[in-house]
Ligand binder design. Structure first.
Ligand code: ZN
Length: 293
């Protein structure tokens, strides 16, 4: 393939690009946060619980076969409902990271409210598996301008919710004396929700894409990011990509990505630890000033 422009990110010696396979174990939480009455819908709840009950075990087998360690973002409510699933993810050597408590909608909420959700999620992961996560991903990737400060105050070392770069960077958190926060950006084109999510009366376009098409699309992204020294961060949901044909396509993708010359396949935590060493001064995020009327 043609060599594209390089973004010039200094990956560890021997690597020219990085990739991380990440799983958001939303289960019932992402439905209940928007509509508590959905708890009455037995089939919808089952569609979601398929993630931790069937999807996660299948994905853990797949990752073990491929000898790949992944990052699992677990809402506190999922941890409270399925502590044994969280423990099995840990026992398989994967990273557990924070994903809200009940996958709460974050848009427009106060710093105080968001801090409550963060602390409640931390408590639940501790209860379930004695885990203190260093990584955070906002539910729906929806952050507020105060989010980096709240994360830094709680000792998180990275966030993976923003969509403003191809490679990790350091974030200015305005918290004096706190360790800096690394951002590892994401991309809606690399999320299985857009490809596979469909449930009548809840979500989706009504089109469930072919795993073959999705594999082709994600492979294009992986190759381009590899060619540009970039970072390939894939987000999958066990209630979607834990189903048979989708998991098989994902395994094919993992095999292909591992075969890319100099591709570092690792957890977000390890990417953040490396970025913390090599990234320059923190980027200052600023809310746009609206023009005067
Ligand atoms: Zn989620």
């Amino acid at each position: 393939m043609t060599e594209l422009d390089s973004v010039g990110f200094p990956w560890p010696d021997g690597y020219r690009a990085a990739s991380a396979f990440t799983f958001d174990v939303d289960a019932e939480s992402c439905v209940l946060a928007h509509d508590p009455s959905a708890a009455d819908r037995m089939s919808l709840m089952g569609h979601q619980s398929y993630g931790p009950r069937v999807g996660v075990p299948r994905l853990l087998r797949l990752l073990a076969r491929q000898e790949v360690r992944a990052t699992f973002f677990v809402p506190g409510f999922t941890a409270d409902c399925y502590p044994e699933v969280v423990k099995s993810i840990v026992d398989h050597g994967h990273e557990i990271a924070h994903h809200g408590y009940l996958h709460e909608p974050m848009r427009g909420i106060s710093a105080e409210r968001e801090a409550e959700y963060l602390d409640r999620g931390l408590d639940a992961l501790d209860r379930a598996a004695g885990v203190r996560p260093v990584g955070y991903r906002a539910p729906w990737w929806e952050t507020n301008w105060h989010t980096p400060r709240l994360l830094a105050e709680r000792g998180f070392s990275y966030d993976s919710s923003l969509l403003d770069d191809d490679v990790p960077y350091r974030v200015e958190t305005t918290v004096p004396g706190s360790p800096s926060l690394v951002e590892i950006p994401v991309d809606w084109a690399l999320d299985d929700w857009e490809q596979y999510a469909f449930y009548p009366g809840w979500t989706g376009s009504g089109v469930i894409e072919s795993p073959r098409k999705v594999l082709e699309m994600w492979w294009c992204e992986a190759r381009a990011r590899h060619a540009e020294n970039g970072c390939f961060v894939l987000t999958n949901h066990p209630f979607l990509s834990g189903r048979p044909a989708k998991a098989h396509a994902l395994e094919e993708l993992i095999e292909q990505v591992k075969d890319l010359d100099g591709m570092w396949v690792t957890t977000l935590r390890e990417i953040a630890e490396h970025a913390e060493q090599v990234c320059g001064p923190g980027r200052v995020h600023q809310r746009p000033e609206l023009p005067q009327r």
